[in-house]
Design a protein around this ligand. Structure first.
Ligand SMILES: *Cc1c(COP(=O)(O)O)cnc(C)c1O
Length: 504
């Protein structure tokens, strides 16, 4: 039914594309009702769905709708098919991968950001949102102990932040020659250094930038899975003597497999000595600096030229939100500058001439800063630090339970909030074990993991630690308690019995 617009006196259609205020309220209320109920019940949901792709396809696939349907009908599909067909990453015993639970306030912020539909390529496109991104990036820099001159931007994720940092590092070393003429314009092969535990997005970045995966030289680690800095120096010296050009070292602040933090201050000293760009991949671990017990591990972080972070990990935010901090943003600018008519800026005040496209590959950018700002300002750094400290405590508690048990063994020291362990039947505790025994343990633990995931009460993913199959848990949820760690081990025991019984 046509209604009258308040502003122009013109009849305004109430349509799917341009709904009336009443209709927007109706859609919003129904969606928010669902959101509130979801948060209430998330602890009781089975973590992972037991669905097949064929079943989902049967329920969702249809020809492109020509005529529209009611929102209520679509919300029913969301409730009846999408939600039960999803893994519930916010469940307090979902310990797979490196996965945040999301927060309610950030979900609301995303609704507001999409409604405002701010696009942030530059200040002129979105003055207040751009300022808010600067302020929020400043807060993150403060949380990490960065110098006041640091700056940066939000990205889609940690992979994009790593890629962007490597592009800036490469440009500082090679200048415009490579930007204009391609990687072949640089006379010698470039070398990046990173520990054997480094996330594959660093290798992927090297491939995409034409540096080459083979030029990411992997540095061995110590018993705690931290980079061996003497081996780093040796590798750089060797490469230089062979006519290769070291230009960048990537240190980890929380490896994805065991949560190890490289000795950042020592790596920084090597970077300075050899004129290398120091990048820190802190996508998983960076925000743990907010927890007093982990803070000393991050000594030296502020010396890095760039730091990749994932607010969609340990700031608990819903995807997507990565972040890249530059110690000196001006050093990065030359790598991304491009002149085109549509990127010509007419503002003369430097803050108003500011453009994010000078600091990364994206042009159009979502208003990610709103959810980060709303979470940080609403929860405060104290509550966030306490939640992160609680996650560290849960992981240490699990480590102690595993150590004290005669059915489990740790496969790596507990790093930040990650625990790698395995089930070890009492009959196999006596060493030495043969290769065949080890392979049997690998297979057994893999089947235990699958049974655990299917059980729906607790969820672990897998890792390979020194060649052995590990059950790996990462605690990254403000809902998780010590009691959840005890339930997890009971669930693993039950899954183990189920697998062993089926074997007999
Ligand atoms: C998750 C992760 C990445 C990749 O980040 P995305 O946001 O998934 O792109 C890189 N490095 C580490 C250490 C990570 O934990």
């Amino acid at each position: 039914m046509p209604i009258m617009s308040a502003t122009h006196g013109e009849p305004r259609a109430d349509s799917a594309l341009d709904p009336s205020a009443a209709r927007i309220r109706e859609m919003g209320t129904a969606a928010v009702e669902w959101a509130a109920a979801y948060h209430e019940s998330i602890r009781d949901l089975p973590i992972a769905p037991r669905v097949s792709a064929a079943e989902l396809n049967r329920r969702l696939a249809e020809p492109l709708p020509v005529d529209g349907r009611d929102f209520a009908e679509l919300l029913d599909v969301f409730r009846d098919v999408i939600v039960p067909g999803s893994r519930h990453n916010g469940h307090p015993r979902f310990f797979g991968y490196v996965s945040a639970p999301g927060t309610a306030v950030a979900a609301v912020a995303d609704l507001l950001a999409s409604t405002l539909n701010a696009n942030l390529p530059a200040w002129r496109s979105a003055p207040a949102p751009t300022e808010l991104e600067h302020v929020t990036i400043g807060w993150i820099g403060e949380a990490l102990g960065c110098d006041p001159g640091a700056g940066g931007l939000f990205t889609s994720g940690g992979s994009m932040a790593n890629l962007t940092a490597l592009a800036a590092a490469r440009h500082r070393h090679c200048g415009d020659a490579v930007a204009i003429h391609g990687a072949g314009a640089h006379p010698a092969p470039l070398r990046v250094y990173a520990s054997t535990e480094t996330h594959h997005s660093v290798h992927k970045a090297a491939a995409l930038l034409g540096i080459g995966r083979a030029n990411v030289r992997e540095i061995p680690v110590d018993a705690g899975f931290r980079m061996d800095v003497d081996a780093l120096v040796e590798a750089v010296e060797q490469d230089r003597a062979a006519g290769l050009e070291p230009f960048c070292v990537v240190a980890n602040a929380g490896t994805v497999v065991t949560g190890a933090v490289d000795p950042l201050r020592e790596v920084a000293a090597v970077a300075r000595r050899y004129g290398l760009w120091m990048h820190v991949d802190a996508a998983y671990g960076g925000f743990a600096r907010l927890a007093p017990s982990a803070r000393p591990l991050f000594d030296g972080l502020a010396e890095a030229d760039s730091i990749a972070l994932d607010p969609h990990k340990w700031l608990y935010l819903p995807a997507d939100c990565g972040c890249l901090i530059y110690r000196d943003p001006e050093a990065a600018r030359a790598a991304f500058r491009l002149d085109a008519d549509y990127t010509r800026v007419t503002q003369t005040e430097p803050a108003e001439a500011f453009a994010f496209w000078d600091y990364g590959p994206d042009l159009s950018r979502r208003f990610r800063a709103l959810k980060v700002w709303m979470l940080l300002a609403h929860a405060g750094s104290r509550a966030l630090g306490e939640a992160i400290e609680g996650n560290l405590d849960c992981a240490r508690h699990l480590g102690e339970l595993v150590d004290a048990s005669d059915e489990f063994e740790l496969l790596a020291p507990v790093g930040l909030s990650i625990v790698c362990f395995r089930y070890l039947p009492r009959t196999m505790r006596d060493e030495p074990r043969s290769d065949a025994d080890e392979q049997r343990l690998d297979r057994l633990n893999e089947r235990i993991m699958v049974a655990l995931q299917q059980g729906g009460s607790s969820y672990l993913s897998n890792a390979s630690v020194a060649g052995r199959f590990a059950l790996r848990g990462c605690v990254l949820n403000y809902r998780t308690t010590r009691r959840d760690m005890e339930i997890l081990l009971d669930d693993v025991r039950r899954a183990a019995r189920q697998v062993l019984d089926a074997e007999e």
